[in-house]
Design a protein around this ligand. Structure first.
Ligand code: SAM
Length: 412
């Protein structure tokens, strides 16, 4: 079966990428953004002037590898990055992208299940994005990765989630019945014939939020609808899998989607959830929202005694915006203090606190919360006390961190 999976990604490397585009844009995302790694794995305290070893397990055509290699190069980090994949074709694309940028990555062709034998050493960070759900035994995969992790290291993972993929698995079964073991190109052709014929009641047809087959060409169609092996994990299943692998979840990306209060405003209902631990709240939110297609999250070793997640506490915490710049966001927040965000059919409207524009205008990725408070107290009348400022910042943080835009680091 691994051979079948390999053959698919040799024929249709995923996601399809043109190395020439490296000249015009850097693809960024989650997991493996350097701010997220620092935030969830190193409590915002990783000194990136020190050597850093990262493994991309099933790195594919290189989105994550290119992003982190570039971000570490920009920081001057003495980094050693290994890209491991079954598919030589996918690796050739990733290698061409890395070469275009003049970056250095080591490419190894093979299975993450063979990590113990590959002798690649231990890693501070491992990315495994969109891979574990294609393994015959995802737990064996997770365990192999756990063994390759340094004791204080962490992993960024993405796996499919069941409810947002409603309609995918029945359609995969239909296509298996129609196309069986036909050559890969014939299976694609059959899928293209079937798609426009789906009756209005078909669940894939009724789920308009799946679009890889439309936006990513043959590779996208194959990956979504013709994959020989894929499965999805609910948060509850994931929690068990992670624990069985000797790991613990440090944080879920896009945390707002895992917060029941993002969907409900009935206080009686919300009060019933008060005693739940965060993962049970997240499991509830997943069932409630019904539209989550993937789970992206960070894990660390269960035996790691440290609290690895950065908190927005204390005057020395430095808030850092992911891509955008604070003054631009501040300008928008001045005219409209409601953030609108669309998630696969769900429109959330999230109010920002009154001081949001003043705080955002002063977030530059280097100022501490203490410095932001001091600067703000000189400019705003009446000048807010620290406690009032912190309460406003916490509300802002809950929203923007929940959306994956704002992280915390500490000065090295
Ligand atoms: C859906 S793609 C994801 C690629 C990349 N991680 C990303 O997110 O853009 C899955 C990749 O995992 C690779 N893969 C699947 N099983 C693997 C295994 N056992 N060991 C290493 N790579 C594997 C495939 O060859 C493919 O390139």
């Amino acid at each position: 079966m691994d051979e079948t999976v390999r053959a698919q990604y040799e024929a249709y490397p995923y996601p399809p990428r043109d190395p020439a585009e490296e000249a015009t844009r850097l693809v960024t995302g989650s997991p493996s953004h350097v701010l997220e790694i620092d935030h969830y794995v190193f409590a915002g305290r990783r000194d990136f002037a020190r050597p850093f070893r990262a493994l991309f397990a099933g790195g594919g055509t290189g989105d994550g590898t290119v992003m982190l290699a570039q971000q570490l190069a920009d920081r001057g980090t003495p980094a050693e990055i290994v890209h491991l994949d079954l598919s030589a074709a996918a690796q050739a694309i990733a290698a061409a992208r890395i070469a275009r940028r003049g970056l250095a990555v080591r490419f190894v062709q093979g299975s993450l299940l063979a990590l113990d034998r590959l002798g690649l050493g231990g890693f501070d960070y491992i990315d495994c994005c969109g891979v574990l759900h294609h393994l015959d035994d995802p737990l064996a995969g997770f365990r192999a990765l756990e063994r390759a992790l340094a004791p204080d290291g962490g992993m960024g993972v993405m796996v499919y989630a069941p409810l947002g993929r409603t309609g995918v698995y029945p359609l995969q079964a239909l296509l298996r019945a129609l196309a069986g073991e036909a050559p890969l190109a014939d299976r694609l052709a059959l899928a293209r014939r079937l798609l426009p014929q789906l009756p209005a009641t078909n669940w894939f047809k009724r789920n308009p939020h799946l679009h890889d087959h439309l936006s990513l060409g043959d590779a996208g169609l194959f990956d979504l609808l013709l994959h020989s092996r894929d499965r999805a994990f609910s948060i509850a299943e994931l929690a068990r899998l992670v624990a069985d692998a000797g790991l613990r979840i440090a944080g879920l990306c896009n945390a707002i989607r895992y917060e029941p209060a993002a969907y409900l405003d009935d206080r009686t209902l919300l009060a019933r959830l008060d005693g739940l631990v965060p993962l049970d709240r997240a499991a509830f939110a997943e069932l409630l929202a019904g539209n989550i297609k993937t789970h992206t999250f960070y894990v660390v070793k269960a035996a790691n005694p440290a609290d690895t997640v950065a908190r927005p506490d204390g005057t020395d915490a430095i808030p850092v915006l992911r891509d955008g710049d604070g003054p631009a966001l501040a300008l928008r927040a001045r005219t409209n203090r409601i953030v609108h965000i669309g998630y696969d059919g769900l429109d959330l409207r999230l109010p920002l606190p009154a001081l949001a524009p003043e705080i955002l205008a002063r977030i530059d990725g280097t100022r501490t919360l203490g410095a932001i408070h001091r600067a703000l107290a000189e400019a705003v009348r009446p000048a807010p006390e620290w406690a009032a400022f912190k309460a406003e910042f916490d509300r802002l943080y809950l929203t923007l961190h929940g959306l994956g835009c704002l992280f915390i680091r500490h000065a090295a």
